[in-house]
Design a binder for this molecule. Structure first.
Ligand code: GDD
Ligand code: MN
Length: 363
């Protein structure tokens, strides 16, 4: 029977390193197979991989026809491994930057709810052999990703990780946006957003001795993706604000209704209906204002047009609310509570999307 861990090693022109790294992993005697994902390296790394595959039953090869990036190579490798029942999947470079001595620790630290990460930036971790430029790049990338993406790890760009199958199966590998190096950051963000723990263990990252790094020219592409991820995250938070504003103004609505009722002492059905309409107007207006100022931070001068759009969207939301409630409780004969929850959720989502795109014209 094969091992339950798969070490995925992407390669592009690693002919000096591949055989050595496979032998080095073998010496560690960990319960792991290796999958080499080669992007048709011009230097013949793929041939070496085939040779190793023949020599060792625990070494596998995935040949791809062209170089499409580190992230794509890992996605292909992980899918290959998940399809064959591996429980823990490790990402590791071919060039000895990631110490094979840490493999056993990585496998042990990885758990059904925990991603293990070989970290350069926690106590005990370090970097050997980098020039100042590389160091500054890495430091900058870490700072930016930690602040704008709020990733709670010290080494956000680390490439040496061990993922549990539970995590890789939970996320949609086909939806990963990064083809290249931003993959490392995106995976951490996904782990965090899906409530997986990230546990860092210190490693010494040694710059490669043989071959060349492929990271040059990747910085701009990766920065673009990080920026895109940040925008997506922003709308996530925006949605939370929108929901909070909505909840507050529901209370405003009710409070105004009762205040009117109590202060006038009149409670015929007609008066009640009028008070209900008034309280709706008050709460809808304050809803609009709070969303303008806080949720969407709009500076647009056309307040009247915005307000009208906001009310129009709210009207649409009301219709959706009714329809969904009817579908679930009337047609579906389910309990009212389900109808309420789903109707409110759908209407809120509708309101959010249309207010974001139309009322406040955000792209
Ligand atoms: N199949 C395939 N396709 N492999 C690739 C590709 C690709 O397009 N690009 C790079 N690789 C392989 C390399 O052959 C190597 O085995 C591994 O991916 C890492 O590539 P390097 O070019 O050596 O990366 P690095 O040393 O600059 O960057 C390392 O550190 C970064 C953090 O500072 C990597 O671990 C990165 O993932 C990490 O973000
Ligand atoms: Mn490297």
């Amino acid at each position: 029977m094969k091992n339950s861990t798969l070490v995925v090693i992407p390669t592009y022109n690693e002919k000096e390193n591949l055989e050595k790294i496979v032998e080095a992993v073998k010496l560690q005697d960990v319960p792991a197979d290796i999958l080499v994902v080669d992007d048709n390296s011009p230097d013949g790394t793929g041939k070496i991989a085939d040779h190793l595959c023949q020599k060792y039953s625990w070494v596998k090869v995935l040949h791809r026809t062209q170089k499409v990036g580190l992230g794509k190579a890992y996605v292909a490798g992980f899918k290959w491994g998940l399809g064959r029942g591996y429980k823990k999947l490790i990402s590791m470079d071919a060039d000895f930057s990631h110490p094979v001595e840490a493999l056993s620790d990585m496998i042990e630290t990885c758990a059904s709810n925990t991603v293990a990460l070989g970290s350069r930036y926690i106590k005990g971790g370090k970097i050997v052999g980098w020039n100042l430029e590389r160091y500054l790049n890495s430091w900058g990338a870490n700072l930016v990703t930690r602040t704008i993406l709020q990733i709670r790890a010290k080494d956000t760009t680390a490439g040496f990780k061990c993922y549990p199958e539970q995590f890789l199966n939970k996320i949609d590998l086909d939806k990963i946006q990064s083809a290249g190096y931003a993959f490392q950051v995106e995976m951490l963000l996904l782990a965090q957003d899906n409530n997986f723990k990230i546990k860092e263990i210190p490693i010494t990252f040694t710059d490669r001795v043989a071959g060349e790094s492929k990271i040059q020219g990747e910085l701009a592409k990766s920065a673009k993706i990080v920026f895109k991820l940040a925008i997506a995250k922003q709308s996530y938070r925006q949605f939370a604000k929108f929901a909070v504003v909505g909840a507050i103004n529901t209370l405003v609505d009710w409070a105004v209704f009762y205040l009117l009722l109590l202060s006038t002492g009149v409670d015929t059905q007609l008066v009640k209906q009028i008070f209900k309409a008034l309280s709706f107007m008050v709460s809808a207006t304050s809803n609009y204002m709070m969303n303008r100022v806080w949720t969407f931070r709009s500076k647009d001068k056309k307040i009247l047009q915005q307000a009208l759009r906001f009310f129009t969207v709210a009207l649409g939301g009301l219709v959706i609310n009714q329809v969904i409630f009817y579908l679930i409780t009337g047609l579906g004969h389910m309990a009212d509570i389900y109808g309420l929850i789903l109707a409110t959720a759908s209407a809120t989502l509708w309101n959010f999307i249309f207010n974001k795109k139309w009322t406040f014209c955000e792209s």
